[in-house]
Every structure is written in C-alpha cells, then in structure tokens.
Design a protein around this ligand. Structure first.
Ligand code: ADP
Ligand code: MG
Length: 725
C-alpha cells in the first residue's frame, strides 16, 4: 500500500546512493555525440552525389519536389548509413491529431528468390508511407471509402536513428495527409503556416531593402516537468491513467519555502537529466539548459532555438525521451499540466521569433535607425496579431489539463495580453503620441528612437505572469501547456502574424508607391497600430484580480476554460484566416475543433471514472477499516466502564465523512450515465456537472485522508511523492 511504495522508493534511493543501480558507462563527450545519429546536412553532403545533394537542398530550402531518381539515390544513401549503424527497420514518424506521435516500423530486409534477404529501401518508400490509419482521429474528415491516409517525408527535418537497447530504427519525419490531400496531422498545417508567414514577412523586408527570399519562424520551447519515484507512480492509478493525481491532500510543506527554485538538483535526478540530454544530443536536439522549477520535484529543460518545424519535432522527441529515460533511474516523468493540486503546474514557454534566411532575427532591436524602424514594424505586427487573434491563440492552448492553469489560480491567466517591458512600452507610447506628419526629422523617426539602446534580456523587468512576453529579442508564449504538441500554437501564431504582416506590407507598399517616404509611412502605420491595439499591452501583475476587471474594461477576451475557448477555432474570421493563407480549409479546421472537443470530453470522462474506481476500491475500504477500528476502540472503552467523549466525536465525524464520501461517489457515477447529446453539449455537461461533482468528491476524500492512519492509507501521499527523491 502507501507504505509499501514508500519502502520500495526508499530501497530504490538507497540502491542508487550506494551505487548499485548507477549506470557504469563513462560520460560520453557531448560535443562528439551531438548529431551522431542524424542524417545531417554534413552527412548528406558527404554521402550524396553532387547533383542529388543539390536537388535535395532545393527541396529543403525552396520546397521544390524531389524527382524519383534523386529520391532513390537519397534513399539508398540513407539506408546504407542506417544499416551501417545496425538499423534493421525504418519508420515514418508522424504527429496525428491525438497530440502524441505515431510510427509504424517496416523492415529494410526483403526476402529474395534464393532464400536470402536483401536490405532494400527505395525513394518511394522514403517519400511516401501508408500506415493503416483508419483509427487515428480525423474529426470526421475521412469517410470510410477514403479511410486511407499516407505519410510524406518532410525533408526539412532530417531523419535520425532511434537506438534502443538491441534495436536501431531509421526514423523519417513525415506529414500525414488523406488521399484527398487534407491534413490529418499537426505538422502539415505548421509547414503551411511557415510558408504563409514567410511570404508576408518577405514583402515587408523587401520594403526595407532586404534581398531575403525566405523568412523562418523560430522556436525554442522550454519544457517543465515533474520527476517522482517510480514506485509511487505505480501505486497511483490516477497518475498511470490520467497523468495527474485525482485525490491527495496538500502536504504540510508545499512550495511556500521557495527553497526549490534553481536549488541544487538531486543526484539521481541529475543523472537522469544527463542521460536525457545525451540521448537528445545524439539525435540532434540542441538541449541547453536545465534547472529546478518552482514546485518541489519540478524541473525544466530547454533547447537552443531552431526553425519552428524542426523545433516541433525536437520537442516531441524531448518529451518522449524524458518519459523513456526516467524509469532507468527509478523515476517517472510527469508531463501533465497539473499533476498535483495546490502546487505549481507545468507549462511550456514557447519562445518564438522570425528570422530571415541570413539568420537575422527580425525581433531583435538593431544597431541603426533603419534597422530599428524595421524592428518596430515587426513588433507592431506582433501586437496587432495577438490583439486581433486573441481568441484563436487562446483556443490553440486549450485543453482539459491546461484548464487547471489558465483561468485557475495560476499564471498565466486565460486572458491574453502582451508584456513589452518598460523600454519598448515607452517607445510605443511616444509613437502613439507622434503624429504621422511630423515623423520626418533628419531621416529618422521622430519618436525618440533614432537608435534604440540594446534591449537587455535580463533587464530586471522580466515579468513571469504574462502569457505573452517580449524578452529582449523574441516573444515568449507562455500559455502553452506542458503536455501538448507545440505545433498548433505555433501554427496559430504564424497564421496571425501572416495576417498582420500582410496588412502592414499592403499599407506600406501603397504609401511608398504613392511617393511617400518609407519612414513617413512607417511612422503613420506604427501610430495607427498602437492606437488601435494598445489594449493588448499590459506590463503589470497578471495574477492580480484587478487585472481581470481592467481586462474586461478593455474588452479583452477572458475564456476561462476549454469549453469556452474552443469555439474560437471555428469563428467565421478564423476560418477565413486559415483559408486565406491556405493553412487549413474549413473542413480541416473543423476537424481539429472536433478532435479537441472530443479529447476534452474523453479526458474528463476517464478522470471521473477513475475517481469512482479509486473511491470504491482504494479509499472506501481503507476508510471503513479505520471507522471500524475507531468503533471497536470506543466499544472497548465502554465495555471497560469508561467513557470517551473525543473517541465518540471522532467516530461520529469520521462516519459522517465516509457516508458523504460514498454518497458523492455514487452521485458522480450516476451522473456519468448521462449521454450529453452533441459533443458541444456534452462538453458543457462535463464542465458544469461532472467537474464540480469530481471536485466535491475529491474534497471529501482529501479530508478523510488527513484523518486516516498512515499504514491504512492505500495511496502514496503528496508529501511522499513530492519530497522523497
Ligand atoms: P528563460 O528560462 O529565462 O525564459 P532560457 O534561456 O531558459 O530563458 O530559454 C530561452 C529560450 O528562448 C531558449 O530555448 C532559447 O533558445 C530561445 N530563444 C532565444 N532566441 C530565440 C529566437 N530568436 N527565436 C526563438 N527562440 C529563441
Ligand atoms: Mg523559463
């Protein structure tokens, strides 16, 4: 029971500390390891004939289709390299709408007529795969007659080898589409959104005299997660099946001492992190930082930023590697947004920016007035994009897990706003006042920003509560949830930005075509944008209740939960936005909406059923056993001629609690019988009827827990799970 798990955990920690369970391999040289399992650009150059390499580069950098002949050559080189590393299988790796990744392994080996086997891999196998995909969610998009989907290699993300004990598999990152060409995954719309934002950003850059032909969305996601002893994890059905604890009283010591944040990392955890990092290094994920987070047993891992499409693949690989390596160290990794009530949850800070093909960061303040003008235009585009598309961005991070963070008692809130920091705010305030006609002065913008001082990332004003913060040379979308695939939030961001940049480019093109000086036109444009969209800028404390009032006054959206947020995905405006930039057509977008809604309903349903199960099979038997013990003790006192006022009181109090608990368990179970009708109505039912019933049940369960004896309690407690490591 609880104590058994405790004993196992203690043993596991002891084994670790005396070295019995420590891996003996010497630490590998990280620099040598980096990318050693990736079919990188360098390898491609070495192993491919020049014309083939050039054809592949054209595909990668300009999106040109790869002809069958060079594709065969690429496939052959890939296979030789993979087989040389012991690979026997290859897989098309893709990101269906479930939010996790999927793969189907095929052998390279093809039996031959003479009874031997030949390693074979052709261009068409590299480029196209056909998983039997009828049971992946499609949001009703595929009717049965067209149930097949296929995976198509995404050459912008290099293949890698997944080595696991005695097997090695060549992993080919792919997009997953239906035979009618509709996107069934999360990768395809992301790639399309990157095209869209690139096109519009290039138009703006061209006005500033740049020769860039491509712009890339860049992304550096910081992943928060918990690591707890695996014995505790196994003893909690809720952690196993729901990823979070559904019962559990607050420990006497939580995070109030704040002695965890950036504190020293426990040795076993550090060893686990080191292996995660090494594994990720090998497959080319540039992980860089690690540290303790705010809550006990909470940590963070962050990579160096990359182009968003690669960053998304690498982020999925990071989550998978964390999950896979933790057990080797006797740990379990929890990626849920809120594994423990009452302590901080986990998020994913999605650092995002735009960069041209020469590597110039478009959201970094420049050295010259001209550069700064361009920088301010891109910043203004972000302000316009986030304000205009608040609803979409909010919906892009909605989910049952994130409802415990956004809009609950945790940062960031459900209201989207932008933190600009003092310096940028000051600049935009000046721009707001400056009228368009007086912007010319010595060829610079008359807004007091002839040259912006370098904005320091660490300027003491970093705000941890903002959902969307400027951090010196990039924006950080912090409302993204820890367990989610970051594809869709980035797709939404790119779509919103494409729209803002499109409008900006059009306005500036028209003004300059009419003979206006660029800086005059920019001055006018910036003034208009900031006047119109400044309501989205908020530098204060996003936790404060006053902010909610202030945001309401500013008419900002405040969508507190998934059920309120998701419809924002399919508003007329959003449909038009996605269609206009050919990111998703209406059917594809609706499909996502349906999948997200269904996922919400299923999640709550699983959680509620688990609560009923845990109540009946774990908590009640323990509670009734203790109730009997108290009863027997009171009876014994009475039989001896004594009276026990407190004993009787305890018996009455405990019995009443247990009664209420059982009644509430049955009530929740009865409510689950209900069939909610349409998915929308069902989601409302889940939110308004099931979740409150779950909360009441939990409250009663947690009250029973703190009155019950340790050795009878069947579940590891918060104190054990969070502090024994
Ligand atoms: P903090 O924890 O203080 O927010 P970190 O240094 O841990 O900061 O993480 C910052 C993240 O932002 C890193 O992943 C980094 O690579 C990323 N980043 C930096 N510059 C850019 C950029 N131009 N585009 C996208 N991400 C960026
Ligand atoms: Mg951070």
């Amino acid at each position: 029971m609880g104590s058994a798990a405790l004993a196992e955990a203690a043993k596991s920690i002891r084994d670790w500390s005396i070295g019995a369970s420590r891996p003996s391999a010497p630490p590998a040289n990280a620099a040598d390891a980096f990318g050693s399992l990736v079919f990188s650009d360098k390898l491609q150059q070495e192993r491919l004939p020049k014309p083939v390499y050039r054809a592949l580069r054209a595909t990668i950098t300009r999106g040109e289709p790869l002809e069958p002949a060079p594709a065969d050559a690429v496939a052959a080189a890939l296979k030789d390299w993979a087989v040389g590393h012991g690979a026997t299988h290859f897989t098309h790796w893709f990101q269906p709408m479930t939010g996790i990744t999927a793969e189907k392994h095929d052998s390279f080996l093809v039996p031959t007529a003479d009874g031997t086997a030949l390693a074979e891999f052709r261009g068409k196998e590299l480029i196209k795969g056909e998983p039997d995909a009828s049971s992946f969610p499609s949001g009703g998009m595929r009717s049965t007659f067209e149930a097949r989907g296929y995976t198509a290699w995404d050459p912008t993300s290099p293949p890698w080898l997944h080595v696991n004990g005695n097997s090695a598999t060549l992993v080919i990152p792919t997009a997953f589409v239906s035979w009618t060409g509709e996107a069934l995954d999360k990768k395809t719309p992301l790639l399309r959104s990157m095209e869209a934002v690139s096109k519009q950003a290039v138009r703006v850059l061209t006005l500033f005299g740049s020769t860039a032909e491509r712009v890339f969305a860049t992304c550096g996601p910081e992943q928060e997660y918990f690591l707890i002893d695996r014995n505790f994890y196994f003893a909690r059905p809720d952690l196993i099946n729901a990823g979070r604890t559904l019962f559990g009283a607050k420990p006497p010591k939580g995070q109030e001492m704040e002695d965890q944040y950036f504190g020293s990392i426990p040795e076993r955890v550090l060893a686990c992190m080191a292996e995660v990092e090494l594994e990720l290094f090998k497959v080319g994920v540039p992980v860089k930082t690690r540290h303790n987070e705010v809550a006990p047993s909470q940590y963070e891992i962050a990579p160096v930023f990359e182009n968003a499409n690669v960053a998304v693949d690498h982020q999925m690989m990071t989550m998978e590697t964390l999950k896979r390596v933790a057990p080797k160290y006797g740990l379990a990794c929890l990626l849920h947004e809120k594994p423990f009530a009452g302590v901080n949850g986990s998020g994913k800070h999605n650092n995002w920016s735009l960069s041209d093909e020469f590597g110039n960061n478009l959201l970094g303040p420049g050295e010259t007035p001209h550069d700064n003008m361009q920088f301010l235009v891109f910043c203004a585009a972000v302000i316009r994009a986030v304000d205009t598309w608040q609803g979409l961005l909010r919906a892009a991070v909605a989910g049952a897990g994130n409802d415990h963070r956004l809009g609950a008692n945790e940062a960031p809130p459900a209201i989207l706003s932008i933190f600009l920091g003092d310096m940028l705010t000051d600049i935009f305030e000046q721009i707001e006042k400056g009228s368009a006609t007086s912007t010319k002065q010595g060829g610079t913008l008359d807004v007091g920003v002839s040259v912006l001082p370098k904005l320091s990332r660490d300027a003491g004003d970093r705000n941890r509560t903002s959902p969307f913060a400027f951090t010196g040379n990039k924006f950080e979308f912090r409302a993204v949830s820890s367990g989610q695939n970051i594809s869709f939030p980035n797709t939404a961001l790119n779509a919103a930005m494409a729209h803002a940049l499109d409008a900006i480019a059009t306005e500036l093109e028209e003004a300059t075509a009419a003979g206006e000086e660029l800086h005059t036109a920019v001055g006018a444009l910036l003034t208009t944008i900031i006047r119109k969209h400044k309501r989205i800028v908020f530098n204060g404390n996003n936790y404060a209740p006053q902010w909610e009032k202030e945001a309401a006054r500013r008419k900002l959206l405040n969508l507190k939960n998934t059920v309120d947020a998701l419809p924002q995905l399919v508003t007329k405006e959003v449909v038009r936005l996605f269609e206009r930039y050919t990111i998703l057509n209406e059917r594809e977008l609706r499909a996502r909406y349906e999948v997200f809604l269904e996922h919400y309903n299923k999640t709550i349903n699983v959680e509620a059923n688990l609560m009923v199960l845990m109540a009946n099979r774990y908590i009640l038997p323990a509670a009734l056993a203790y109730q009997k013990e108290i009863g027997q003790s009171v009876a014994a006192v009475r039989a001896g001629g004594g009276t026990t006022v407190q004993g009787k009181k305890l018996l009455a109090r405990y019995t009443k609690l247990v009664d209420q608990f059982k009644a509430q368990t049955d009530a929740l179970e009865a409510r689950l019988e209900h069939n909610g009708g349409s998915p929308e109505r069902h989601a409302k039912y889940m939110r308004d009827t099931i979740i409150p019933a779950m909360n009441r049940l939990r409250e009663l369960g947690d009250r029973i827990e703190v009155l019950s004896p340790h050795e009878l309690w069947p579940l590891p407690t918060y104190r054990e799970m969070l502090f024994i490591k």
